[in-house]
Design a binder for this molecule. Structure first.
Ligand code: 1BO
Length: 290
């Protein structure tokens, strides 16, 4: 599939289109910071916005989306908006309420994608399978009512997915995972794809020491691109849908300019196996303290 711009799309298992690169809002503070970042992303051509209840910025993100829609003439159906269920709200009843609350906070009639953010909350560690099954049932109902246009998962590993599939009537369409240099998670990405899911990659830069890495600096020189652009391009070539985040307009613009160059396969493999970057380790969801 040829990806040529921020509006190039993949097709989800239900036939809906999803832009191949999204704008992440994790760690964007509620209020002006998240509002201005999302508005700037939309004004600069991003059409896919990712937030979560846990990011505590749904209100500002929703306000930016609605202001953009009323100012720009762009139609709601041209945007792809995702939010996620947080850990406290697992289970059928709580999930139903959480979906309504997200829609209300964001002032939207529907979400393009709704994800279970985390498979095994500390609060439900002895009954996570049952809680996820209840959440999924609530999500399926909201999907059938048109409030959610696609359903998916985040941070789910193979055994979490297998457990969910025992009762799911609608199969998950996305698994959103941390995909960054040194943590490509290729096996889990391939497994997710083998079940018909698309993989989204959060934290494409990973941060840590990525910007002082001599290997990444050499690639930046070789391709004449910033290290952030190399990371985002790498994520795209891994087959993921990268979700870079920035709150600075010049970076937001720069991060979207990744469609006019290609990394060599050997460089992609090198990035995938980089070590010593001191990037926050991808947490084991069965041991996370939340
Ligand atoms: C625990 C939050 C990960 C990014 O969505």
């Amino acid at each position: 599939m040829e990806l040529t711009s921020l509006t190039s799309t993949y097709t989800l298992a239900n036939g809906n289109k999803i832009p191949c690169l999204g704008f992440g809002t994790w760690q964007s503070a509620d209020g002006d910071e998240a509002y201005n970042a999302v508005l700037s992303a939309l004004k600069n051509g991003y059409r896919h916005i990712d937030t979560a209840t846990a990011y505590e910025n749904e209100e500002s993100v929703g306000r930016a989306i609605n202001d953009f829609l009323s100012q720009s003439g762009v139609k709601r159906e041209e945007l792809f908006i995702t939010t996620k269920l947080w850990n406290a709200d697992h289970g059928y009843e709580a999930t139903k309420k959480a979906i309504e609350l997200s829609l209300k906070k964001m002032k939207l009639d529907y979400l393009d994608l709704y994800l279970i953010h985390w498979p095994n909350p500390l609060k439900f560690r002895d009954c996570w399978q049952e809680m996820n099954a209840g959440s999924w049932r609530a999500m399926e109902e909201a999907y059938n009512e048109g409030k959610l246009k696609a359903l998916g998962l985040s941070n789910f590993r193979q055994h979490h997915i297998e457990a969910l599939l025992k009762t799911a009537k609608i199969k998950p369409m996305v698994n959103q995972l941390m995909v960054c240099p040194g943590q490509a998670q290729r096996e889990l990405c391939d497994y997710s794809r083998s079940l018909g899911m698309l993989v989204e990659g959060y934290s494409p830069m990973g941060t840590g020491k990525i910007f002082s890495s001599s290997e990444m600096q050499a690639l930046s020189k070789k391709y004449g691109r910033t290290i952030a652009q190399i990371c985002i391009r790498w994520s795209l070539q891994e087959g993921a849908i990268p979700l870079p985040k920035s709150v600075r307009e010049e970076r937001i613009i720069e991060n979207g300019k990744v469609f006019d160059f290609e990394l060599e396969k050997a460089d992609c493999d090198m990035i995938a196996s980089l070590t010593g970057l001191e990037i926050r380790q991808n947490r084991n969801p069965d041991e996370a303290p939340f």
